[in-house]
Write a protein that binds this ligand. Structure first.
Ligand SMILES: Nc1ncnc2c1ncn2[C@@H]1O[C@H](COP(=O)(O)OP(=O)(O)O)[C@@H](O)[C@H]1O
Ligand SMILES: [Mg+2]
Length: 330
């Protein structure tokens, strides 16, 4: 596969492994992150987005496991490595500083008992990137300024509770960026923030990617975030990719009924709030095995074939893939 891919998930499966049964959560997905690009992963809550992200840097919860496929990481320094085969310690050594993650709720990820500057500095020391205390501190202050924190030298000594939600998320991004990662994984980075702060954080992520030749995987359930930020988008439903395309193509020509549902759920100014569009039904129970298309019980466009045969992900245009019998002309 192409040298230009920084990360390649190949037929990746993640399951919850219990004593009696194994419950598939991510069901054989392929996902590519080319160097320098921002890739979006969207879908409703519970469809497996976070589990996919956590499998990349080996921070799955103890009950979940990668049960198939590979996670190919390609850099000049480490060559080609399958991260799925590495133990946690080896993973930290190989690319601990190269893959960074930002989560939805910065308050739970920050240590409330440590000044924010010290927390960021600790990342540099733990990874042995900068052992000199003064130099490390200067680097943190520079990073705080880069993520748009005013008076960074003063803010270095702030406690997490003294900062607003938006400022805390900026601190988290500074912490993620301090070792100059090649990939930033941002899992719902703006869900807890109000819309103006959201817009600022999104443009910050975009700018940091462009200025540091960094790639990003941005996970969200918000199609607005996707349209502002991403180059290419994967739409996930019940553990599978149902559609993927370059962002403009996905918005101009959504082919899967689920993607169309997500897009028409975006409210517009002037919409009558009593008639906001929703996708009917809920994400079905992952435990129930169904031989047909996973989406057909919520689909208004289904045909007979959808009930007894799973559609395959098929390329319908340049870089545009769809998993739907109907859109494939059945
Ligand atoms: N702590 C948990 N205990 C049991 N099952 C879980 C837990 N966290 C996630 N899951 C299962 O994994 C599925 C995918 O979760 P997740 O990747 O967090 O979804 P998303 O990020 O798309 O909202 C959920 O639908 C649920 O079935
Ligand atoms: Mg999630």
């Amino acid at each position: 596969m192409s040298e230009d891919l920084l990360l390649e998930l190949r037929d990746l499966s993640v399951s919850i492994v219990g004593k009696k049964e194994t419950l598939p959560i991510v069901k054989g997905i392929d996902l590519h992150i080319p160097r320098g690009s921002i890739v979006g992963l969207v879908g409703e809550s519970g469809c497996g987005k976070s589990m996919t992200a956590k499998s990349i840097n080996n921070i799955l919860p103890p009950f979940a496991r990668v049960t198939g496929g590979s996670i190919i990481w390609r850099t000049e320094a480490s060559g080609e490595v399958d991260l799925a085969l590495l133990k946690e310690k080896e993973m930290r050594k190989k690319c601990g500083t190269e893959i960074a993650m930002v989560f939805q709720e910065p308050m739970t990820s920050l240590n409330p008992l440590m000044q924010v500057g010290e927390q960021i500095k600790e990342v540099l020391t733990i990874h042995g990137v900068e052992r000199d205390n003064k130099k490390a501190k200067d680097r943190v202050i520079e990073m705080l300024s880069k993520v748009g924190i005013a008076e960074p030298a003063l803010r270095y000594n702030a406690w997490p509770h003294e900062l607003s939600g938006g400022m805390r998320q900026r601190v988290m991004i500074a912490m993620a960026m301090i070792c100059q990662p090649k990939l930033l994984i941002a899992d719902e980075p703006t869900t807890a923030l109000d819309v103006t702060i959201e817009a600022q954080i999104l443009s910050l992520i975009k700018e940091l990617c462009r200025n540091n030749s960094m790639s990003a995987l941005v996970i969200t359930h918000n199609m607005g975030v996707v349209s502002t930020l991403c180059d290419y988008v994967y739409v996930m439903y019940l553990g599978s990719v149902v559609e993927s395309a370059p962002v403009k193509e996905l918005f101009n020509n959504p082919c899967h009924p689920y993607t169309r549902g997500l897009l028409s759920s975006i409210p517009h100014v002037g919409d009558n709030p009593e008639f906001l569009h929703t996708i009917p039904g809920n994400v079905p129970d992952m435990k129930k095995h169904f031989k047909g298309c996973d989406f057909c019980l919520r689909c208004s466009d289904d045909i007979k074939q959808c009930f007894f045969e799973k559609p395959a992900l098929t390329e319908t245009g340049a870089g545009h893939f769809v998993r739907c019998h109907r859109s494939l002309g059945a």
